[in-house]
Design a protein around this ligand. Structure first.
Ligand code: NDP
Length: 311
């Protein structure tokens, strides 16, 4: 039984560095990289960021695909991944904290009139303007899982009124929780900021179409850190032109990198960040090592994905 590290993340952290860290955590573990793969039939677990269609064919005895992150859509949707192969993801604290901070940063940027004050400074103008009062502001969080629940709790602690939305019912202290697709327009109609942190599944792809965007409050802000395919981008441009929502902050787009001819780049109502909201892996590699040990021992895996649900 061998673990293959094949992430393609070389400009951030190399496969060799990840393999070395996992060997330190699990002395004696057979951890390989594409350079040291040897007999591919001995690989039972592979750690990846994404899975190309040919990948499973190269590893005939694969039992587990470990995503080095959270979004598993390219793995769940892989047409060549045999049904018996299991999928696990990571749930480290660091990206959950990072994404919650990303939401807070852009919401406070708006609440405190930062673009207005920066523009006034450039003209040497002293222009007092009232900040928007936090307790009067309603923030919606779409997706109340590992990252969304943390974001909702952080926003509540700052003093916002917080509404949450998920597939199944949830209870989070101080947060008004709704669930199911029928309740989404009700939530959107009440929120000044909408923070989306949903997985990409057949149910969420294109969920923000022209009709759903029309349910948003005029002048509200849509922030997306989940997956870009949640939003129909041409419908978003039309909606922004009409002022509802008034602004979009996108860390993820339907094509990444965002093509240079995308109208999103130059739209005055759009702020783009290049998929950086959940940057740090934190303690996550310990769970990769732990899952290899659990797979070998035949005990339950950490953070196994439900392949039928898609996340
Ligand atoms: P979780 O699986 O822990 O949570 C997903 C949440 O989405 C759950 O609350 C789930 O509801 C809800 N959900 C799923 N489908 C629907 C639906 N059809 N309608 C309503 N709610 C739905 O995932 P995480 O919080 O860890 O991550 C979410 C996504 O964020 C990832 O899948 C990934 O795509 C993205 N991501 C982006 C990063 C970045 O850097 N920009 C970094 C990390 C993740 P329920 O609780 O009822 O199951």
């Amino acid at each position: 039984m061998a673990l293959l590290i094949e992430t393609g993340l070389s400009d951030w952290i190399s496969d060799d560095e990840i393999a070395k860290t996992i060997r330190e955590m699990q002395p004696g573990a057979d951890v390989r990289t594409p350079e040291t793969i040897g007999d591919a039939s001995e690989i039972t677990m592979v750690a990846v960021v994404g899975l190309d269609n040919d990948h499973p064919k190269r590893l005939p005895n694969l039992q587990l695909v470990q995503k080095l992150g959270a979004g598993v859509e390219t793995i769940v949707g892989n047409p060549n991944l045999p049904d018996h192969v299991r999928i696990a993801r990571l749930k480290p604290d660091a990206p959950a904290q990072g994404i919650a901070e990303w939401f807070v940063a852009f919401i406070l940027h708006h609440q405190r009139n930062m673009p207005f004050h920066e523009a006034a400074q450039r003209k040497a103008e002293w222009l007092p303007k009232a900040p928007i009062f936090t307790p009067d502001t309603v923030v919606g969080v779409l997706g109340l899982g590992h990252i969304g629940a943390r974001s909702a709790t952080m926003l509540r602690a700052i003093g916002f009124q917080v509404m949450g939305w998920s597939r199944s019912p949830k209870e989070i202290d101080g947060v008004t929780c709704l669930h199911g697709e029928d309740s989404l327009p009700t939530l959107l109609g009440q929120c000044d900021h909408v923070c989306a942190i949903l997985p990409s599944t057949p149910q969420t792809i294109g969920l923000f179409d022209a009709q759903m965007l029309a349910a948003m409050k005029p002048g509200s802000q849509l922030l997306n850190a989940g997956r870009g395919d949640l939003i129909n981008e041409s419908a978003l441009v039309d909606a922004l032109d009409r002022g509802a929502p008034g602004h979009a902050v996108l860390d993820v787009t339907s094509k990444e990198p965002l093509p240079s001819d995308s109208p999103l780049w130059s739209h005055p109502g759009v702020t783009i960040t290049p998929h950086v909201s959940g940057w740090h892996l934190g303690e996550a590699l310990a769970d990769v090592a732990e899952n290899f040990q659990r797979l070998t021992a035949g005990t339950p895996l950490l953070h196994e994905v439900d392949r039928t649900r898609g996340y």
